[in-house]
Ligand binder design. Structure first.
Ligand SMILES: [Cu+2]
Length: 128
């Protein structure tokens, strides 16, 4: 238990120090997000394992609120999509977002999880 927490803390420190591949991040863990009040009828589940996401791309609709749910299959991962202001992991595993622009946005792993970390790349595609 204690070892697990130390490992997690080390991971987070590494993540902050390296900024995970130069991605802009606005990690505000612990702060009271005020944008959690939107309700979504759509849901998208994104699963991560060692060392890949369950799909090469995920499709969303512009202007449609969707509850993004992160599921950790094995290992310790997370998702980070800076352009959609989306960052989820095992401790903060769902968020409602409403994509307001069409495009392809790169999704990476938000936790420095080991040798396969840099290959954990997928795409979120927002369509009209
Ligand atoms: Cu990972």
């Amino acid at each position: 238990m204690k070892k697990g927490i130390t490992w997690l803390a080390a991971c987070m420190l590494i993540l902050v120090l390296t900024a995970c591949g130069g991605a802009k991040q606005s990690a505000e863990s612990g702060s009271n997000g005020s944008d959690a009040e939107v309700t979504a009828s759509e849901e998208l589940v994104i699963k991560a394992s060692n060392y890949e996401f369950d799909q090469p791309e995920y499709h969303l609709k512009k202007g449609v609120p969707v509850n993004i749910v992160y599921e950790n299959v094995n290992g310790n991962h997370g998702i980070l999509v800076p352009e959609l202001n989306l960052q989820l992991d095992t401790r903060n595993s769902s968020k409602v977002i409403t994509p307001d622009k069409v495009g392809e946005f790169e999704m990476s792993c938000s936790v420095f999880c080991g040798s396969g970390h840099s290959s954990m790349i997928s795409k979120i595609i927002v369509e009209e």
